[in-house]
Design a protein around this ligand. Structure first.
Ligand code: SF4
Length: 699
């Protein structure tokens, strides 16, 4: 074997850093940052730097398909033909007996765009159900609705270059210093060079991100909307809004004005737990900025009122006219590497390909005609947590889980466990034999991992990159796309005869033609030549689109942005005497999701090696707790046992747990989502991981 180097993209977060994968003559892999890449210019965070350990360590890889003859039987090795035949026979029989909505797919923002495209085509076009949802439902669906309701399209208008052009950045419900580290390095560098740049952080915890902040608004969890309205009110009273922009390019300001004036600063201050001068200072920084960026992540999205929080934050960009110009705009930080690519192909139960709308008969016909199928069902499919409900109630009989670990990552995991036990047929398609759903699977399919297959991904700034296949997958593992194609063919469906993966990508690109996310000008050849491209990129474009709405024409019907207020804000789980503390969950710096990859790397365990509970000294004192005591955290649905970390970095009344540990990497009781509940945002259907009522006591 000759030694070679290949450019690719990091497979962890939505920052989308470029990497160079070097393979030596013995086939050993090394991963370094790509110095020519526009996102990271050679930098990598701890997770990216250790990617090669994950690629090299094959100890937990699934190597062959495994099948159970029936419930209660053990898993046995089978060949691909038998595995596919069984899957097709069960799906055919369930659909015949109970209808197409009795089956569903639950996939992942880690999937490549081509894989996402094929699963959607198979499910929505050929199985005739819209029951295809993704773990992006747990991540970005509130932001999707926020963009759609304000800008008329699920579109991030900004680019990373806007960081260096902004002079005020408001980071809300996010800890990018840990969770989007390379993006945050750019913010740090910008602030270092330009000390007058103002950084505002909104978070109930004083995180690493706050170290750079000029102002930390340490709000009471769940009060974000009121805080943003209070800041909006100050901006209006200070005459720091952009009247010309509001008048000529937006609708809804009168209603917004009425809404924000209903709550006095005194009341907002009390509700949010933020002093009035701090609210006023935030408004001053924003009002004085020439370029104002809002950045947010799960603190907003993962809430029962996630859409309302998104709208209230984006409103701050709209009333100040801080959008559609360099250094300005709303900028949601995507969690997973390809959550955006998944949305492009309509990878959710509520979406259609190329951001077309399921509810629009014209859109459904366009897609059905393109795929050569009769029609597409009009009703939205079941979303992630709705699928769990449907499996538990028996309404849904079969689920096919791809590249995600719902028994650690979904809320109320004890309920998920019951649902999987109750399902008639469970398929788990994964790279790792540690996926917690495997004991409940009737069929286990070994998948190829990062660098073992080719395809594309889109990062947080709409940047599409091509990922090469660098090495063979171990054993009989196959690329996810190949598995889906084999299943579709076994089902007897036409339209899955692809010679090369590039043909799948070309088909997706063609389907976007004429839409707001048109990438009909892209091809593998071009991406290999150019490196990466930001969409839209039409068939006549000569370069990608750095930022959108420079012409102030939005994607709403009348091309005006909608300043939106949400009247029916969903309520959080109420606190009680029994459960008086608010539990919020999140990531730690060196681990990724459910640790099936980062959990294998010793270096990544050195930062934080065990799950822990963060609690304020006042709450610890009231419970007679000292540092490193073992505590039981108890909520309405389950409990978690772990060590306590006492810190003034969290608000009194609030406790924090990292989300990563499941049963395999912790004790039986370390699974954080034993505690989280079933509240979902009524519009986006995104679950709330940020507000669970719990009690903590010494164990
Ligand atoms: Fe990978 Fe994200 Fe780290 Fe970049 S910031 S190296 S994309 S995990």
């Amino acid at each position: 074997m000759k030694s070679e180097s290949f450019k690719s993209t990091c497979s962890y977060c939505g920052v989308g850093c470029g990497v160079v994968i070097s393979r030596d003559q013995k086939g050993a892999i090394k991963v370094t940052g790509d110095e020519t890449h526009p996102v990271n210019q050679g930098m990598l965070c701890s997770k990216g730097m250790n990617l090669h350990y994950v690629v090299e360590d094959q100890s937990d890889r699934l190597l062959t398909p495994l099948m159970r003859e029936g419930k209660g039987y053990g898993l046995k090795v089978v060949d691909w033909e038998s595995a596919m035949r069984r899957a097709a026979a069960v799906f055919t029989s369930l659909i015949k007996k109970y209808g197409p909505n009795s089956v569903g797919f639950y996939v992942s923002g880690q999937c490549l765009t081509e894989e996402y495209y094929l699963i959607n085509k198979l499910t929505k076009g050929f199985l005739r159900t819209n029951n295809i949802d993704t773990n992006s439902r747990l991540c970005m669906s509130s932001a999707v609705m926020g963009y759609q309701l304000t800008l008329g399209e699920d579109i991030v208008p900004t680019t990373y270059e806007d960081i260096e052009l902004s002079d005020c950045i408001m980071v809300a419900g996010a800890n990018p210093a840990w969770c989007h580290p390379i993006l945050w390095r750019r913010v740090e560098k910008h602030k270092e060079t330009n000390p007058n740049v103002k950084i505002i952080v909104v978070d109930p915890r004083r995180t690493q991100t706050c170290q750079l902040a000029d102002l930390h608004l340490q709000l009471i969890p769940g009060t974000d909307v009121i805080l943003y309205y209070a800041i909006g009110r100050c901006l209006i009273e200070n005459q720091a809004v952009d009247r010309e922009f509001i008048e000529n390019h937006t609708d809804g300001f009168e209603k917004y004005l009425e809404k924000v004036m209903q709550t006095s600063l005194e009341v907002a201050s009390q509700v949010c737990g933020i002093p009035i001068p701090a609210i006023q200072l935030a408004a001053k920084y924003i009002g004085e900025a020439k370029g104002f960026l809002t950045m947010w992540a799960m603190g907003l999205n993962q809430s029962a009122d996630g859409v309302a929080k998104n709208l209230a934050l984006i409103d701050l960009n709209l009333i100040t006219g801080q959008i559609g110009k360099p250094g300005s705009g709303p900028f949601s930080l995507t969690g997973q590497p390809n959550a955006m690519g998944g949305r492009e192909v309509g990878g959710m139960a509520t979406m259609l390909s190329s951001h077309r709308k399921l509810a629009d008969p014209k859109h459904r016909k366009e897609v059905a005609d393109f795929w050569g199928v009769e029609d597409i069902a009009a009703s939205p499919g079941l979303t992630a947590t709705q699928m769990v409900d449907a499996l538990e109630s028996g309404e849904m009989k079969a689920i096919w889980i791809i590249c995600t670990n719902p028994l650690v990552s979904l809320p109320d995991t004890n309920k998920v466990e019951k649902a999987l036990k109750h399902a008639k047929f469970v398929v788990v398609q994964d790279i790792s034999n540690k996926a917690e759903a495997i004991p409940y699977a009737d069929l286990v399919l070994p998948a190829a991992g990062w660098s073992e297959k080719e395809g594309t991904m889109t990062n947080s700034e709409r940047r599409v990159s091509y990922l090469r296949k660098v090495k063979e997958a171990p054993g009989e593992a196959l690329p996810d796309a190949e598995i889906i194609i084999r299943f579709a063919k076994m089902m007897g469906f036409k339209g899955f005869d692809y010679g090369e993966m590039s043909e799948v990508f070309q088909e997706h690109c063609k389907l976007t033609k004429g839409t707001n996310i048109d990438v009909s000008g892209l091809s593998y050849a071009m991406l290999k030549e150019r490196g990466t491209v930001q969409w839209p990129f039409t068939s006549t474009a000569s370069k990608g689109t750095t930022r959108l709405f420079l012409d102030k024409k939005f994607f709403t019907a009348n091309q005006r942005a909608q300043i939106s207020v949400e009247e029916n804000i969903a309520t959080n789980e109420p606190l009680s005497e029994e459960f008086p503390l608010v539990l919020t969950t999140g990531r730690i710096r060196d681990q990724w999701h459910t640790m099936t990859r980062t959990g294998k790397v010793n270096k990544l365990k050195q930062h934080i090696s065990k799950p822990y509970l963060e609690i304020h000294p006042l709450d610890a004192q009231a419970r007679k707790l000292v540092e490193n005591d073992t505590v039981m955290v108890i909520g309405g649905r389950g409990k978690v046992k772990l060590l306590v970390k006492i810190t003034v970095d969290i608000r009194p009344g609030v406790v924090f747990l990292p989300m990563h540990w499941g049963r395999i990497f912790g004790s039986d009781f370390a699974r954080t989502n034993n505690l989280t509940g079933n509240a979902i945002d009524p519009i986006s259907k995104q679950p709330d991981f940020k507000y669970t009522a719990v009690q903590v006591s010494k164990f």
